[in-house]
Design a protein around this ligand. Structure first.
Ligand code: PEP
Ligand code: MG
Length: 561
C-alpha cells in the first residue's frame, strides 16, 4: 500500500483500519503551582460556582444522551458538582488566600478524605468526586475538560495515552480507532483496544499536533495515520480490508496446522462484556481472563459472593469450552486500591502478581473460594493460573492453595525469565503453563513495557526473547506439560508460526486477532513452523528475525500482511 507524505508513523497494536475525524483527549490539568490568591474573593467565588455549575450541566447533558446505568452514573456525578458544601469548602479556601483552581482542589481533597472515611457507597464515589474536581479546575482555568470528550459522531480518538479505566468505557460504536503518542505495544491501552476490536496505533509521531476535526485514515496493522487522505487512498484501504475479510471467510473451526496438528486458539478477556463477546465468536475458549481488570475501580476488596456472581457470568457463556482464569495480577501498571502495599521504588520488580498474593493471602483465598463456587454452579471447565511466578517453590505454594479449594486444574504464567529457564522444575507439579510474552520481553531485555521509547527492545522478535521462550517450551516437553502463549505475540500471525515451531501448545489473544492467526496456521505444516523457528533463532537482530520469518512464510500469508 502507498504511504502518503501526510502519513504519521507509529506501532500498530490492534488490527483493522478506519477513517474519520480526529477528536483530541485533553490531558488532566492541575492548578498552577503557586497560583496567586484571588484579588476579589467574592467575585472569584462566583467564578468557582459557575465552574461547578457548568460541570453539572455538562454531565446532565451527557446523561440525557445515554441510557440506563451510564445515565444514572452521570446524573449522580452531576449531583456532586451541585453539592453546596463542596462549594462552601472551596469558598473557605479562597478566603484563606488560595487561588480559584487551588481552592477547588483543596476542597475536593477534603471531601475525598471524608468519603473514604464513610466507606461503602461514598468510598466508591471518590473517583467521581475527583473527576468533578478536575473538570471544575479546567472550567475555572478556561481550558478543555480532561478525559475522552463526549463523542457526537464516530471519531478517531487521539491522546497522549489512555488510562485502562478510560479505554474500558469507550463506546465501540463511536470510537473508530485510537491513536496515542505514548503507550507501547504491550501497554494496557494497546491490550484493551485489541480486546475491544478497536484499531489502534501507539507511539505515533506528532500525534498530539493533530487538529480536532481533521479526517484521518488509521491503519492498525501497518501502524500509520494518514491526514486528509485522498479518496483513492481511502478506497485502497477499504479494498485491503475487504481482501482480508474475503480471505478469512473460510478460516473457521479449531486451530490446526496444514498437516492437522491441533493448536487451540483462545481468547484473552478482561470482564463480563468481553466474555459474552468472545463466547459468541469462533474461539475454543479463554486462554487468559485478566481478573484484575474487573476490579480496576473498586476501592474495597470484593467479597466471595460479589466475585462469584461476576465469575458465573464470565464462565456460563463458554459452556464446556475451557476458561483459564488468572488470579489477581495487581501492582505495577495495574494498581488495585484495595490491594495496595504502599509505594515501591521499582513496582514492576516489586510485590506484584503472585508476590502480592503471598503478602495478602486472604485476597487469593477469597478469589479462589469465589472461583470454586462459580465453577460448581456453572459446571465450567475452569483452569486457574498464577501471574508472575519466578520459582518452583512459588509454583508449588500456589498449586497447593488452588487444589485445597477443590479446583483441580492448576497452572502458572511463565513471564519471568527465571521461571522460563527452570521451567522443567517449575512445571513439575502443574497441569499447564502459559507464556506471557509481554512481561517476558520486559524482564528479558530489562526494558519497562510502559516506556514507549523502548519499543525496539520490547519487540517480541528479539532473538533473546525467542531463546527464553524456547527454553520454557523445552521444559514443557520434558515434563509433558502443555505450555501455551497468551502474551500479545500470540496474536501476530507470523510470530504465531514461530511459537508453534518452538512447541507452544495453544495460543491466546484478543478475539479480533484469531481469524488471521488461524489462517496463518492453516497455510503451514508443523515441520514448516519448526523450520521457521530454527531459522529465526539464528538471526542476530529482531529485524533479521522478522525478515527471516517473512521470507520463509507462505506467499498467501505474506500478501495479506
Ligand atoms: C504477559 O505479560 O504477557 C501477559 C499476558 O500478562 P499481562 O499483559 O496482563 O501482564
Ligand atoms: Mg504479565
Amino acid at each position: 500500500m502507498a504511504v502518503e507524505d501526510s502519513t504519521r508513523r507509529g506501532i500498530g497494536v490492534s488490527p483493522g483500519s478506519a477513517y474519520g475525524p480526529v477528536v483530541l483527549v485533553a490531558p488532566p490539568v492541575r492548578a498552577p503551582e503557586g497560583e496567586p490568591a484571588a484579588t476579589d474573593p467574592e467575585q472569584t467565588k462566583g467564578a468557582v460556582a459557575a465552574a461547578f455549575e457548568s460541570v453539572a450541566r455538562d454531565l446532565e447533558d451527557r446523561a440525557g444522551r445515554v441510557e440506563d446505568t451510564a445515565a444514572e452514573i452521570l446524573s449522580a456525578t452531576a449531583l456532586i458538582a451541585r453539592d453546596k458544601s463542596l462549594l462552601k469548602a472551596a469558598g473557605a479556601h479562597l478566603d484563606a488566600g488560595e487561588g480559584p483552581a487551588t481552592a477547588i482542589e483543596s476542597a475536593v481533597d477534603e471531601f475525598v478524605v471524608q468519603f473514604e472515611a464513610l466507606g461503602g457507597y461514598f468510598a466508591e464515589r471518590v473517583a467521581d468526586l475527583r473527576d468533578v474536581g478536575a473538570r471544575a479546575v479546567a472550567a475555572v482555568l478556561g481550558v478543555p475538560a480532561p478525559g475522552v470528550p463526549d463523542l457526537a459522531e464516530p471519531s478517531v480518538v487521539v491522546a497522549e495515552d489512555l488510562a485502562p479505566a478510560e479505554t474500558a468505557v469507550l463506546d465501540r460504536a463511536l470510537v473508530l480507532a485510537i491513536v496515542t503518542s505514548g503507550g507501547g505495544r504491550t501497554s494496557h491501552t494497546a491490550i484493551l483496544a485489541a480486546q475491544r476490536g478497536i484499531p489502534a496505533v501507539v507511539q505515533c509521531d506528532r500525534a498530539l499536533e493533530l487538529v480536532a476535526g481533521t479526517p484521518v485514515a488509521v491503519d492498525g496493522d501497518l501502524g500509520t495515520v494518514t491526514l486528509d487522505p485522498s479518496e483513492e487512498f481511502v478506497a485502497d484501504l477499504t479494498a485491503r480490508r475487504e481482501r482480508r475479510a474475503a480471505a478469512l471467510v473460510d478460516a473457521t473451526g479449531p486451530g490446526r496446522t496444514r498437516d492437522g496438528h491441533p493448536v487451540p486458539l483462545l481468547a484473552n478477556i478482561g470482564d463480563v462484556e468481553d466474555a459474552e463477546a468472545a463466547a459468541a465468536q469462533d474461539v475454543e475458549g479463554v486462554g487468559l481472563f485478566r481478573t484484575e481488570f474487573v476490579f480496576l475501580s473498586a476501592t474495597t476488596a470484593p467479597t466471595v459472593e460479589e466475585q462469584a456472581e461476576i465469575y458465573r457470568r464470565v464462565l456460563a457463556p463458554f459452556g464446556d469450552r475451557r476458561v483459564v482464569v488468572r488470579t489477581l495480577d495487581a501492582g505495577a501498571d495495574k494498581p488495585l486500591s484495595f490491594a495496595d502495599l504502599g509505594p515501591e521504588e521499582n513496582p514492576a520488580l516489586g510485590r506484584r502478581g503472585l508476590r502480592l498474593s503471598a503478602a495478602r493471602p486472604e485476597l487469593l483465598d477469597t478469589q479462589l473460594a469465589a472461583l470454586a463456587v462459580a465453577a460448581a454452579d456453572t459446571g465450567a471447565d475452569v483452569r486457574v493460573m498464577a501471574p508472575m511466578v519466578a520459582t518452583a517453590e512459588e509454583a508449588d505454594w500456589f498449586a497447593r492453595r488452588v487444589r485445597e479449594h477443590g479446583l483441580p486444574t492448576v497452572g502458572v504464567m511463565i513471564e519471568v525469565p527465571a521461571a522460563a529457564l527452570r521451567s522443567r522444575h517449575v512445571l513439575a507439579d502443574l497441569d499447564f503453563a502459559s507464556i506471557g510474552t509481554n512481561d517476558l520481553s520486559q524482564y528479558t531485555l530489562a526494558a519497562d513495557r510502559m516506556q514507549g521509547e523502548l519499543s525496539d527492545l520490547l519487540d517480541p522478535w528479539q532473538p533473546a526473547v525467542l531463546d527464553v521462550i524456547a527454553a520454557a517450551c523445552d521444559g514443557g516437553a520434558a515434563t509433558g506439560t502443555p505450555i501455551g502463549v497468551c502474551g500479545e505475540a500470540a496474536g501476530d500471525p507470523l510470530l504465531a508460526l514461530v511459537l508453534v515451531g518452538l512447541g507452544a501448545s495453544s495460543l491466546s489473544m484478543a478475539p479480533s486477532r484469531v481469524p488471521m492467526v488461524r489462517l496463518a496456521l492453516s497455510l503451514h505444516s508443523r515441520p514448516d513452523c519448526q523450520r521457521i523457528a530454527v531459522a529465526v533463532r539464528e538471526a542476530r537482530t529482531a529485524a533479521d528475525a522478522l525478515r527471516t520469518a517473512l521470507d520463509l512464510a507462505d506467499p498467501g500469508l505474506r500478501d495479506l500482511l
